[in-house]
Design a protein around this ligand. Structure first.
Ligand SMILES: [Zn+2]
Length: 225
């Protein structure tokens, strides 16, 4: 399982645990008013943390380290620092999103409790909001491959003659331009400058970040050795 798939799974597990805990709280016999006040005063960021959100994101970021090792064994300090910057940003972004979701949960629960919404409907509403949205899997996947692309770009930055080959294989949903390039790419590969100018296919341009736009594109350029 790739790191972003694992993260997605971990987040789903955290969501299920939180819903279970909230279910128990709603069934505790306390008044709706009391529960609303309790929820309002609960630090949901801490709660997320207790349920393993930070650990899951740390695991994902560690998984990105393995992407780096696939591209290069030794990194210069500059490259390592740049990649760490991206890793930190991705980590902040994911945790920030989860934290925003928790605020939505909190406000939805308080509103529901005060308006006399049935417990089951409050829980259903939380499920619907979710800890991530329906696009989250694709966003994580795209971030993951963009990190891999950025790693390759950074590692070979000072080597303009290095040639690259488009890789990643096709699946039924692969785009026509990616498929075309797999069939038609030059066997000697392309330099970074050529790729940056954009490789024209009958279906659109492909550059170092894959298909444009590269949403859901899992293809990357690998150095030919
Ligand atoms: Zn692609």
């Amino acid at each position: 399982m790739l790191p972003f798939e694992q993260l997605q799974k971990d987040i789903e597990a955290i969501q299920a645990k939180l819903i279970k805990e909230i279910d128990a709280m709603l069934a505790s016999g306390k008044s709706k008013q009391e529960i609303a006040v309790f929820i309002d005063s609960t630090n949901f960021d801490e709660l997320l943390d207790d349920y393993g959100a930070s650990d899951a994101v740390r695991k994902y970021v560690t998984g990105l380290d393995s992407v780096v090792k696939d591209v290069a064994k030794d990194l210069s300090d500059n490259v390592a620092n740049s990649l760490e910057l991206i890793q930190n940003k991705q980590s902040e972004y994911i945790l920030g999103n989860l934290s925003n979701r928790m605020v939505l949960w909190q406000s939805s629960m308080v509103e529901g409790l005060i308006s006399g919404v049935k417990d089951a409907d409050i829980l259903k509403q939380l499920q619907t909001i979710g800890l991530t949205d329906s696009q989250a899997g694709s966003v994580l996947q795209t971030s993951y491959y963009n990190f891999s692309r950025a790693t390759t770009a950074a590692v070979y930055e000072d080597d303009p003659d290095q040639k690259f080959r488009y890789t990643g294989g096709t699946i039924p949903t692969s785009s026509p331009q990616c498929r075309w390039l797999f069939k038609n790419q030059k066997s000697e590969g392309y330099t970074k400058a050529e790729i940056d100018r954009g490789i024209e296919t009958p279906f659109g341009i492909i550059n170092f970040f894959g298909r444009i736009p590269n949403y859901n594109c899992i293809h990357t350029w690998k150095a030919i050795r």
